[in-house]
Unconditional design. Structure first.
Length: 96
């Protein structure tokens, strides 16, 4: 492999510190969640393709959540939320 920039590096680590808290997170797509759009934390990681269900109770707990799908080096992705009233949860659809 030859880089156009001789000072460039290649990161081949299997994990990375997504939220700068000193704990490594997996490199696969991770769903961030928080009650403020500026304070999102890793919530679910190693997501399979298609969708993931949030924790039961997320519809009835009275809290507004913000979600972001993060994958190192990937462009921003659109996610779609769907109410799962029977499970009292939110289903998050995404295309990795």
């Amino acid at each position: 492999m030859t880089a156009l920039d001789p000072a460039a590096t290649v990161d081949i680590e299997p994990q990375w510190d997504l939220d700068d808290d000193g704990l490594l997170n997996a490199c696969e797509p991770a769903l961030l969640r928080g009650t403020l759009p500026t304070a999102l934390n890793p919530h679910l990681d190693n997501l399979d393709a298609g969708f993931v269900d949030d924790l039961p109770g997320t519809l009835s707990d009275g809290v507004n959540y913000y979600y972001l799908l993060a994958e190192r080096g990937a462009p921003p992705q659109t996610i779609t939320l769907d109410r799962q009233t029977v499970d009292d949860a939110v289903r998050i659809f995404f295309v990795p």
